[in-house]
Design a protein around this ligand. Sequence first.
Ligand SMILES: [Zn+2]
Ligand SMILES: [Zn+2]
Length: 362
Amino acid sequence: VPSSSSSSEADGLLSAPAAGDGEVSIRIQGGPGDPDTASATAAGASPQDSIEVGSGGATGNGAGDRPYQRYDVHHVARWIEQILPFSLLLLVVFIRQHLQGFFVTIWIAAVMFKSNDILKKQTALKGERKIAMLVGITIIFMVHVFGVYWWYRNDYLLRPLFMVPPKDIPPFWHAIFIIMVNDTMVRQAAMTVKCMLLMYYKNSRGRNYRRQGQMLTLVEYLLLLYRALLPTPVWYRFFLNKEYGSLFSSLTTGLYLTFKLTSVVEKVQSFLSAVKALSRKDVHYGSYATAEQAVAAGDMCAICQEKMHVPVLLRCKHIFCEDCVSEWFERERTCPLCRALVKPADIRSFGDGSTSLFFQLF
Ligand SMILES: [Zn+2]
Ligand SMILES: [Zn+2]
């Protein structure tokens, strides 16, 4: 008796979604091709009934699909479960075979991530920066870069760095390794340049901090452009592999270079807008306020809570010190008081001293 009751319950469950399926099929049947459509929808009740009956047949199909799909997913899960231990084993062997390369890659990436944090902290310190500290950081970064290249002096890392393709066709994982190391070390080297900029702008105020931010952004965009070019010689040599026939290799190489060109053009455009931002002297999110305007606004800056220093009038008519508001606009595009959109959409600023952490593999 309990089994029959459960089966009737199951029937009830199955028939519920069946009604929904039936309704969908009504709309499909009553398409524009059917001459009786208008009258049928007007009449309403009687065709509705006949379809309700017809939906019983559709129920079987609709309900049958769902357990079948679940069965499929279950099988896929089982399959993954079976190959997982073997994949992990292969991964361990792969790491063992490339032990040094593996650890060096992790090490230099970790150093680069940490250096990025240090540099951002130093940039945020502004006037509090210590020259000795910055000199120390610069020397450590440089020693690290030269150390890595000295260690790999026989490994053809330097040729792609100067846009010369490697002598031999690199195996896939070696190509990835060359690109990863060069991409990381170039960023580490650029961080020393940024460190020097921080030293140069250490004791400046206001407008010069904005200049410092623009210079940091410019260096970063130049770096992004160079990094976009950096993998090209390696992949060029990799794709130009005559083993698979010259037609195939020229086709793949040509396609690679075409893809590359579009992304490089994009990087050149951002670099040019960073240069343009550098030459723009006026405050492009407002104008300098007159003394009367500043007094009328209470002559107190809402950001620093002090007397206005070089007041700037935003488009929303709010007034702030230039130093304060330009620092604010490093992160935001809206007015600090009324949240009106004030700053035009610009290229992304790297004025906080940060470096893009994404790897440029292709
Ligand atoms: Zn202020
Ligand atoms: Zn405002």
